[in-house]
Design a protein around this ligand. Structure first.
Ligand code: NDP
Length: 313
């Protein structure tokens, strides 16, 4: 904990503003592609089952792609759909020239082997960037689709003029969808990169040596003051719902807006970074909500536009 919490020094890495700019660029790109080549980018999302969080994500993706001027389709399959049928659906979408991007909403039901489904997607339509071919291209520096969350974070850093070359970046988390690709993208920008995970020793000390710290851990408020070098750039990927007042007060102090949200709406959102400590110690901080979250969908749209544009080469 810190005794400097009352001073909020961090500048905001505003994901909403950045995502709005990207979405506007994508909208203009879609209009130009249609006008010049008669191609309307098409995104198809496959949703298996009725997981409530997945339904919200899928609805948001549908709305955003329509608003950008894309053909937006959601294939809703029942929870008991077998793997063979899901694979057959992917085959059909792979063969459909009006579909430029295919996204299978994760998680899939436990009986379905996720990797089999991901690997069935044509890498040229892999707008989520999860296919091994996309991961391999990222690793060796070939052009390809980048996973949307880390790609969005790179946009956030670049568009805010954050210098990366030669700086020490620490990524906490090594998942295939956030931590690992994030580390590779920072490396591509010439950061010196350290990846931390659940077995890392002296986590606070390693994090406190970072000029750029990306927290993708999945632990609410884990990154406290002693993890943050004063003035560091801190990107908070975590999203957690806080539903009880005591935790809300521990994380946000007596912030009336947050308390009101818990009391009246039943929850407020927090990331992996302790918000008071982050605000008091970091030089730049991405807020939760309104930081990384909005960029994920914006980058999905961008990938879909790129995929459609690749048809004219
Ligand atoms: P995963 O659970 O797949 O990975 C979490 C990583 O954090 C693992 O590598 C794990 O280590 C590491 N970890 C867990 N606990 C600790 C600890 N105490 N100390 C150090 N490392 C630890 O999560 P994701 O990468 O999918 O997501 C991370 C967070 O980002 C989640 O909160 C998720 O909700 C959020 N998220 C937000 C998105 C957005 O659009 N804003 C998109 C995607 C995710 P190990 O490998 O050793 O187990």
């Amino acid at each position: 904990m810190t005794d400097t919490r009352e001073r909020e020094t961090a500048r905001k890495l505003d994901g909403r503003q950045c995502a709005a700019a990207i979405r506007e660029e994508v909208r203009a790109g879609c209009a130009a592609l249609m006008e010049q080549h008669g191609i309307r980018p098409g995104l198809t999302v496959v949703l298996v089952g009725e997981d409530p969080a997945s339904q919200v994500y899928v609805r948001n993706k549908e709305k955003a792609s329509s608003a950008a001027g894309m053909v937006s389709e959601v294939l809703r399959l029942p929870a008991d759909t077998g793997e063979a049928e899901i694979l057959a659906t992917i085959d059909r979408l792979n063969a459909d020239d009006s579909v430029h991007g295919i996204l299978v909403q994760l998680p899939l039901p436990a009986e379905v082997e996720e990797q089999n489904v991901i690997q069935r997607i044509d890498p040229d339509k892999d707008v989520d960037g999860f296919h091994p071919a996309s991961a391999g291209r990222l690793l060796i520096g070939m052009p390809g689709f980048l996973p949307c969350t880390p790609a969005g974070i790179m946009e956030l850093l670049k568009r805010n003029g954050i210098e990366m070359k030669g700086r020490h970046a620490v990524v906490v988390g090594r998942s295939n969808i956030v931590g690992k690709p994030m580390a590779l993208l920072l490396l591509r920008e010439h950061c010196t990169v350290t990846i931390c995970h659940s077995r890392t020793r002296n986590l606070a000390e390693v994090c406190a040596s970072a000029d750029i710290l990306v927290a993708a851990v999945g632990r609410p408020g884990l990154i406290t003051a002693d993890f943050i070098k004063p003035g560091a750039v801190v990107v908070d990927v975590g999203i957690h719902r806080i539903t009880d007042e005591a935790t809300c007060i521990e994380l946000f102090g007596d912030n009336p807006r947050r308390l009101k949200a818990v009391r009246e709406k039943g929850a407020t959102l927090v990331g992996d970074v302790h918000p008071l400590d982050g605000a008091a110690r970091a030089g730049w901080l991405s807020p939760v909500p309104g930081g990384v979250g909005p960029l994920t969908i914006a980058m999905l749209l961008k990938n879909t536009l790129v995929s459609a544009g690749n048809r004219i080469r």
